[in-house]
Design a protein around this ligand. Sequence first.
Ligand code: BGC
Length: 770
Amino acid sequence: MDYFERSAGFGNRFGVVYVDYQTQKRTPKLSAPYFREVARRNAIVQGGTRMQEIRHLSLAFLLTVALIGAAHGQAASPDERARATEVQMTDDERFSLIVSLIGPVPSIGYPRDKRIPEDVKNVSAGYTPGIPRLGIPALQSSDASMGITNPGYRPHDKGATAFPASIVVGSTFNPRRAREGGVAIAREARIRGFNIMLAGGINLARDVRNGRNFEYYGEDPWHTAVLGSEQVNGIQSQQVISTLKHFTLNNNETNRHWLDAIIDPAAHRESDLLAFQIAIERSQPGAIMTSYNKVNGEYTSGNHHLLNEVLKGAWGYKGYVMSDWGAVPGWDYALKGLDQESGLQSDAKQWGDEAFTHRLRKAYAEGKLPKERLSDMVRRILRSFYAVGADKWGLAPEVDMAKHSELALEIARQGIVLLKNQGALPVATDKPLKIAIIGGHAQEGVISGTGSGAVLPMSGFAGVVKIGGPGTLGAVRNMYLFPPSPLAELTKALPNAKFEFDPGYTPAEAVLMAKRSDLAFAFGIRVEGEGFDIADLSLPWGQDAVIDAVATANPNTIVVLETGNPVSMPWRNKVKAVIQAWYPGQAGAQAIAEVLTGKVNPSGRLPITFPASLAQTPITIRYDEGAEVGYRWYAQKNQKPLHAFGHGLSYTTFDYKDLKVNGGETITATFTVTNTGKVAGAVVPQVYLTEAPGERRMRLLGFERVELKPGESKTVRVKADPRLLARFDGKNGLGRWRIAGGTYRIALGKSAGDLGLTAEAPLTARVFGQ
Ligand code: BGC
């Protein structure tokens, strides 16, 4: 009798009924072929490395499910299942689940930890052993938002799809693309055995110097929540847990471990926290990751108010809270709402010791950590597994890398923003032009951001330039170049043109080439990344001087920017056109070439305001601006930025008309958009609140990306989430949302700085939500 026959016999002897959660079918008689099939499926998923564990796992899982199913006569809820599993656990098992280990990254001083079993080949940022007897798989987490990362964890892994940065997804204003990206990333995770994605960076871009803004969607809470939640929905649709991060106000990188973000609690609720609140409601992420910084004096990983009172209390969040890597100085954070300590070794490095291993166990033995709290931590983790189905993977879903490349290209096409165009774009493809390509390593590839989110593309890097800097992350602060190069793609797109390349090494050399060309494409790049903020809005390595000189020498200069944040563009009046390509991912060069030559009509819109200078920005880490982030701030201060939030040009023209607004409980606006030009294109009409009773108040109430053929019209309806019209009313960030009765004025805008039609509607006074 083999293992599977024994298992079936065992189940039948005890009258076990199997409930299949996918079909809701109940199977009273268990069979050996069935068990063999489950083991085979799981073995495929896990690469056949942990067969023995999986056999036990399948049986134990079936038993638990079956017993609960039999008792209730129906499928048990994730809460019930978590409770049923947790009561069976020993304390050793409970403690094993509330920590994770970072995989080996020799370049930043993490050798392989002996606690990770040798036969676990596919490791990444977090590993927690499973509990086979209870059907709990190993918890395997990986970064994240722009594709599956591999900073050295898996030498055998030759790369993944390197999607455009999240700020590019933000610029598409297209939730569908965010979701599709999530699905693709989760599929690439599953074939590697990763069941938790650390994806869903939704911090708001409060400071245009934040080195990690490229990992986030932009500066507006509604826009960020809509796009961020769709990435989570995409990931979780593949039975992989997704993580919204970094909760909260991790809006700077320099000094992130020491920074104390001081903010009025109600203003926090109306901005950064509102982004989390809405994104959680729209996607139910299995996990939330804390940030490194303090908020109002307390580290967020141990912030009782934010974790226990707001997140789990007022919002009723049911998933688990994990720390960021190296963000847990004390075991007592378990009492303050943290459920899992991530990357134990990084806390040992940062704070001298691990928090949730021997120190927490001692506190438990001394009665300082209540049993109920330990159980709650465990149940939350289990609940998330059951809720997304991460414990019952069947065959790994199909991974079509060619389709993923196509998606990476499409997101880049929709996310590139045309900032300025004085008739120079699109470039005619039929003319025998002499074209100079200058700077930006444009002969090699396009750049990406650096840090834990950086992805190695399947094609490998076209080049890696070490930049360096202080601290642990200085060792991996690199300029990664993704092939193909913009030079190669432009050469393809403009077959009748003749190209020359100059590295932009000095203004004098670049000018020589610019002078003998009909047209110059000047590339401006800036490597930004985790651990480092940028000092100002200039381009590094003297590029501003080179672009200025090139533009002086050749009036037909077009600038292509690859940066993660706004730049000040001191040369902007001298150049004919500017496109913001951000970090456009592995297909970025093709998308850039297509936009420049008009194969693609640009439709990206800025998700972050470009200030005219740093002096316009709040420049504070005491967030005195409160909820007035980004465009809200510039409106309040009557400042005219260089490029407003929501700005982006097109090769066609659009007209908005028939704006109608209804009030009552919230604002509902309808209007008609028409493509009045000669080519097809996409536009993003934006509805803003501009005045509430007794005060000017700027808030994005809604948007929609609309694709229109020439002459085509569409009617758009935007219904505002009432919290965007309300003020948060309460002490210390706890309380209710209050809408003052009276007239609200709204405007239909092309951007926050270009408002057209306006209308008014009355809202009824009310208090709601929390
Ligand atoms: C980052 C997180 C990331 C984690 C694991 C940290 O340094 O802040 O965003 O998920 O590392 O790699």
